[in-house]
Design a protein around this ligand. Structure first.
Ligand code: MTE
Ligand code: HPA
Ligand code: MOS
Length: 760
């Protein structure tokens, strides 16, 4: 079965925001934003701009009928700046005109006088000045302070990781169409339709039932549209509400890069203690998260950094402290991994450092510390059905790690200006929203009288294939052909109170809701079929591949016959179901609990080749053993692993955000911000499935606690294999310049590589 979305993309039929057929009189918006990182608005005058060609209106903070507030977790973010400006790109107003160019042109005629204040750009400086989003968070296990004395080796250091721009192919945007009364319909490219609905209602002082949000699909989200698609939808809605004319607002690429949030840059300090056997006895880490100018999702992201700060390892004594630091940069936001990668990079750097000092390979330490069954994570959850060791071992054996390492050593001994490097990267990623209440979803299914089926869920399609997965699940449960099923847009009228499609939970949460709704329909259809067939016990009826069976014997009737009969018998052909993840909880006071339904494991081996004259590099291969559970859509799952790896490598290698000391982003175009292109992707990505045997599962009690049809979440975990790239490259560099002082500071751009190859 084909994923039809991809065919529509290729022939250009898929409808993104810019393709939505809009009414003839639709107006276009342009966002006028702060050119300075920190300051005050002394004068702001729109008179000249309002006279500019084609301009129909300019709206700012004072025009908001409701609350000028878009903060989701913490109410600390205005839709439009009031007196103070907190970052370059801080929205001040929306200009609406008959064309996009007229609106943009008018922005240059706005008269504004600003008073510049000194910006804080560095998270450590922010922490020192107590400029924090929330009080510091701390996860603790065992007693670190007591454990140092038992350690034979202790290493301390600093690790920095850069931010990452999403570069979704479709930039942010929305179309707002006023409807009868004060109602408004908004077509948004958001991962969170309900967040958009709720926030528009807040801005416009409307009840939520007057705001309809529809999401057809996103040209990529990657977390960038979990929270940050909201502002643009609110602005379009505000203008449309005021003018009673449809308004379309789509950011151009440069504005999108400048004024929307990215992955959080982090700066961290670690201290790691090991015994002679290579067991990590203690780990202390402090994270300084650069949150930018407002909270956005930073507190939740900060927590996930803590949850994943020991990656796939069991460390008996852990003290992890995290500061969410308020700076004068764009509010940073969700990005694949949601703070997990930042935490995992630090422990991997600490292990690499220890290995280097001890003259062994990182994998010798990694292997000795992998988390076993019933070991405790620092947040109190036990590792149940842990595949950390199993995936590592399988990876080592399947791909013959020793032989690969010997070949690299041999190559390096024979080549002077070209070096190879190898690294192993195990992963362990917790599945569930760490904000427990978000772990819910629902589905609404209609069967029409011609036997065609319409499925609506809370899931948003953003290229990850969730629609194809919902279709497959419904087809399997109803045992009908996939062609019968249409997965409709995500719409707040059909499915209400949605959690964002995020945390890799889209398929899990919505898939279970689809299963439940299908089962409700199946029961009704079986009862109708039983009556039709004269069978007293409806539970003896089954559906298999469009046919109806009675006590496993084929009958003369089919799925469509039963549907028609149900309709004329006045039996409902519509079902709605709600699903919430069982057995998860987390106490944010003690920071202990069972926040994750399960964990996803896997191990990758990454090899790079480095040109020591130019500082350029290539990824030779990534070989992975990944824990898919039982994949029910192999094509999509493989695509997610490959895409995640490439995006992870991009974060570690070429994607560099550079701000000047006035807080202006210098890398605000695709010419200066380098995402992996066709030449940068690994020459080979080999993916092995971790054998997943339900019968032999270690802890039976929890075997049902994974995804639908025994699958496991796939969206984010593979991203973190990309972290291995960094260490493979460092290893290659080290073999050229053994005196190189190891500084863990990602991304490792070719410029940085070159400086290190010839430095001390
Ligand atoms: N894959 C594509 N093609 N496009 C995306 O935007 N987002 C990623 C991942 N894979 C993304 C993607 C992120 S950040 C998440 S959380 C998951 O998909 C969300 O979808 P899921 O929960 O359905 O896996
Ligand atoms: N992942 C993504 N989004 C979230 C999460 C999470 O764990 N928690 C709250 N929002
Ligand atoms: Mo993904 S960062 O949870 O949208």
């Amino acid at each position: 079965m084909k994923n039809y979305d991809s065919i529509r993309h290729v022939v250009g039929e898929s409808i993104f925001i810019d393709d939505v057929l809009i009414p003839e009189n639709t107006l276009y918006g342009y966002v006028y934003y702060s050119p300075i990182a920190h300051g005050k608005i002394l004068e702001l005058n729109f008179d000249e701009a309002l006279k500019s060609k084609g301009v129909k209106g300019i709206y700012s903070a004072k025009d908001i009928p409701g609350e000028n507030q878009i903060g989701g977790i913490i109410p600390d973010e205005n839709l439009f700046a009031e007196e103070e400006l907190h970052f370059v790109g801080h929205p001040i107003a929306i200009i609406v005109a008959d064309t996009y160019l007229h609106a943009k042109e008018a922005s240059k005629k706005i008269h504004a006088v600003f008073e510049k204040l000194t910006p804080i750009l560095d998270p450590r400086e922010a922490a020192e000045k107590n400029s924090l989003i929330i009080p510091p968070r701390k996860f603790e296990l065992g007693n670190v302070d007591d454990a140092w004395k038992d350690c034979d080796y202790i290493f301390e250091g600093r690790v920095d990781s850069g931010g990452q721009e999403h570069i979704y192919l479709e930039t942010q945007g929305a179309v707002a169409i006023p409807a009868e009364g004060d109602s408004i319909k908004v077509i948004s490219a958001t991962q969170g339709p309900t967040a958009v609905q709720r926030t528009i209602a807040r801005i416009l002082a409307l009840p939520m039932h007057k705001v309809e949000v529809n999401v057809q699909r996103l040209g990529g989200g990657f977390g960038g549209k979990e929270d940050q698609a909201t502002a643009w939808a609110c602005m379009a809605a505000l203008a449309a509400f005021k003018l009673k004319i449809p308004v379309k607002l789509v950011l151009n690429r440069q504005d999108d890069i400048r004024i929307t949030g990215k992955r959080h840059p982090y700066s961290s300090d670690y201290k790691i203690g090991l015994n002679k056997e290579g067991k990590i006895l203690a780990y202390e880490v402090t994270f300084y998260q650069n949150a930018g100018a407002s909270a956005d999702l930073s507190p939740a992201i900060l927590d996930r950094t803590l949850f994943h700060c020991t990656n796939a390892y069991f460390i008996p004594n852990v003290k992890a402290t995290a500061f969410s630091c308020k700076t004068n940069l764009v509010p940073f936001t969700a990005f694949r991994g949601f703070g997990g990668p930042q935490g995992m990079f630090v422990i991997e750097a600490a292990i690499h450092r220890a290995a280097n000092e001890l003259g062994i390979s990182s994998s010798e330490i990694q292997k000795k510390n992998l988390i076993k069954e019933n070991d405790e994570f620092s947040y109190g959850q036990k590792a149940i059905n842990s595949f950390a060791i199993k995936s590592y071992k399988l990876c080592e054996e399947k791909f013959d790690l020793q032989k690969l390492q010997d070949e690299v050593d041999e190559f390096n001994s024979k080549n002077f200006l070209v070096k190879k490097g190898l690294a192993v990267m195990p992963i362990c990623f917790g599945i569930s929203f760490t904000t427990t209440f978000l772990n819910q979803a629902s589905a609404l299914i209609h069967i029409y009288t011609d036997g065609s089926i319409n499925v609506s869920t809370a899931a948003v399609e953003m290229g990850q294939g969730v629609n194809a997965k919902m279709k497959r699940i419904a087809a399997k449960v109803l045992s009908v052909d996939e062609n019968r099923i249409h997965v409709d847009s995500t719409n707040t009228l059909r499915v209400a109170n949605t959690s964002p499609t995020a945390a890799s939970k889209g398929t899990d949460l919505n898939g279970f809701a689809v299963i439940d709704a299908c089962n409700i329909l199946l029961e009704r259809l079986k009862k109708v079929a039983a009556l039709e067939l004269g069978e007293d016990d409806w539970t003896k009826i089954s559906f298999k591949k469009e046919k109806v069976f009675d006590e496993d014997e084929p009958t003369t009737i089919t799925f469509i016959d039963v549907v028609k009969k149900a309709y004329t018998s006045r039996v409902s052909l519509t079902a709605q179901a709600h699903h919430s993840t069982p057995n998860i909880y987390f106490d944010t006071k003690t920071n202990k609990g069972n926040p994750f339904a399960y964990h996803v494991y896997g191990t990758a081996i990454i090899q790079v080749t480095l040109d020591c004259l130019r500082g350029t590099y290539e990824t030779d291969f990534v070989k992975v053993v990944h824990d898919f559970g039982e994949s029910f859509h192999r094509q999509i799952d493989i695509g997610q692993v490959e895409g995640g790896i490439v995006q992870g490598i991009g974060w570690m290698s070429s994607e560099e955000l550079i701000w000047n000391n006035e807080g202006k982003l210098l890398t605000d175009a695709l010419s200066t911000y380098k995402v992996p292109d066709i030449h940068a992707i690994p020459k080979q990505i080999e993916i092995e499935t971790l054998p997943y045997d339900q019968e032999k599962i270690v802890n039976d009690e929890f075997k049902d606690q994974i995804g639908p049809l025994n699958s496991k979440a796939i969206g984010e975990p593979p991203f973190m294999y990309g972290i291995g790239f960094y260490f493979a490259l460092i290893n290659a560099m080290k073999s050229f310049n053994p005196k190189m002082k190891l500084k863990y500071d990602s991304p490792l751009t070719p410029e940085k590589v070159l400086m290190n190859l010839y430095g001390e």
